[in-house]
Design a protein around this ligand. Structure first.
Ligand code: RFL
Ligand code: PHB
Length: 393
């Protein structure tokens, strides 16, 4: 068995793991990232698109803002559409904050470039990662790379290996609680070579289900449709997708720009929180600890908030102060539940629900939305959450 020694062992080379590694490196804390998949896989996964105000400031303050500010799209608000009308929520005017449209894939590319420039690339295609000795202050991660067995000796292990990762499972079942909620719908998402048909995102409630118009660049549209969670993508040829988007997003005098669809997938929706987020010398961050339905655009941003605080806690630890690290789990669980609240609220407000109360519920949603767009206080409430809770980095 070969031995590697570092200060922080990070399992998972997604946005949470790579960003934590970059932040720690910038603070002089040695670390190693262990990633199951190959590098190209981690870059090609199409996922989040909206970055919160403070998340972008954190990235920029740590050398990751150059391409983001050049190629990203700064959005000062969103549109809410229901009952055949589109309403603009102007975040800048309401609370003086904004968000950025910049794909998660681009964030990951920028992180990989920074790691390569620093000479600290992640170790890709490692297998069987297993954190052990977590109740001690000298934990290890055992793993396989090629034909070689390794042990990574460290002071702390961070589980940033996503919802399907193994880190959370290393906490004994008696010491963790999982809170979960599944929705009986998912999102069919497409990427298309089509100029976005709106200046800012459009979230639409329609009798036939939710639809979202988003984008990645002035040439690429990202669009979503609410569908059953187990929907077979083969049942959705391109024409059917465009026609359904036309129905749910259509307005008189407005046309949805069509184009070549180059990515298509269905994602089920769930909410999940695992508590606590710390067990001995193991800390969980990002999707490994919590998942939200994407309606509030919070998953990636929550992962960024976790690792920002974890960096601060680790820096203070090595300076002799454990207060932030000791409070990490409680602080981030409180933030995670606030985020769950917002994501649940947005999801319930904007999706169609089936069952005997469906018609009643739809009318309640219309009432809720009508009040929301007529009140600056209600709009500011949405704007505060959407542009992001504070990030304590
Ligand atoms: P990730 O991205 O899942 O990365 C985890 C990494 O860990 C690796 N891994 C392992 N490595 C070693 N050993 C093991 N045993 C391992 N098991 C797994 C994986 O290969 C992977 O590389 O988790 P992370 O870093 O916490 O990042 C979380 C975000 O990816 C996620 O929250 C967002 O994508 C959620 N999300 C959105 N978030 C936003 O903030 N704004 C959005 O607009 C937004 N839109 C979305 C979304 C997620 C979506 N899907 C597909 C779920 C839209 C969609 C459709
Ligand atoms: C996206 O562009 O992928 C996106 C935007 C807003 C959301 C979710 C996803 O709420």
């Amino acid at each position: 068995m070969k031995t590697i020694t570092t200060q922080v062992g990070i399992i998972g080379g997604g946005p949470a793991g790579l960003l934590l590694s970059h932040l720690l490196h910038g603070s002089g804390i040695d670390n190693v990232v262990l990633e199951l998949r190959d590098r190209d896989y981690t870059v090609q996964r199409v996922r989040a698109g909206v970055l919160e105000h403070d998340a972008v400031e954190l990235l920029a303050a740590n050398g990751l803002g150059e391409r983001l500010h050049r190629e990203g799209l700064r959005h000062g608000g969103i549109h809410l559409q229901f009952a055949g009308e589109r309403h603009h929520l102007d975040f800048e005017a309401l609370i003086g904050r904004h968000v950025w449209i910049y794909g998660q894939q681009e964030v990951v590319k920028d992180l990989i470039a920074a790691h390569e420039a620093n000479g600290t690339p992640a170790r890709y295609e490692i297998a069987d990662a297993r954190p052990v000795d977590l109740e001690t202050d000298h934990p290890r991660v055992l793993f396989t790379e090629g034909d070689e067995q390794y042990e990574l000796r460290c002071d702390f292990v961070v589980g940033a290996d996503g919802f399907h990762g193994i880190s959370r499972l290393a906490i004994p079942p008696a010491d963790r609680v999982a809170y979960e909620r599944e929705y009986d719908f998912g999102w069919l998402g497409i990427l298309a070579h089509a100029a976005p048909s709106s200046d800012e995102l459009v979230y639409a409630l329609h009798e036939r289900g939710f639809a979202l118009l988003s984008m990645r660049s002035p040439e690429i549209s990202r669009l979503y449709l609410q569908v059953p969670p187990d929907e077979d993508i083969a049942d959705w040829p391109d024409e059917r997708i465009w026609d359904e988007l036309d129905v749910r997003l259509g307005l008189p005098g407005w046309t949805l720009e069509r184009g070549e669809i180059f990515d298509k997938s269905v994602t089920p929706m769930r909410s999940f929180v695992s508590a606590p987020m710390r067990h001995g010398s193991l800390f969980l961050a990002g999707d490994a600890a919590h998942i939200v339905p994407p309606t509030g655009a919070k998953g990636l941003n929550s992962a960024i908030a976790d690792v920002a605080l974890l960096r601060r806690g680790l820096v203070e630890h090595y300076a002799g102060d454990d207060a932030t690290l000791d409070a990490y789990s409680d602080t981030q669980l409180s933030r995670a539940w606030q985020t769950q609240y917002f994501s649940t609220w947005m999801t319930r407000m904007l999706h169609s629900f089936s069952g005997p109360d469906a018609e009643f519920d739809h009318n309640v949603q219309l009432g809720q939305l009508a009040q929301l767009v007529s009140s600056d206080h209600a709009k500011a409430h949405l704007a505060e959450f959407y542009t992001g809770l504070p990030i304590h980095g």
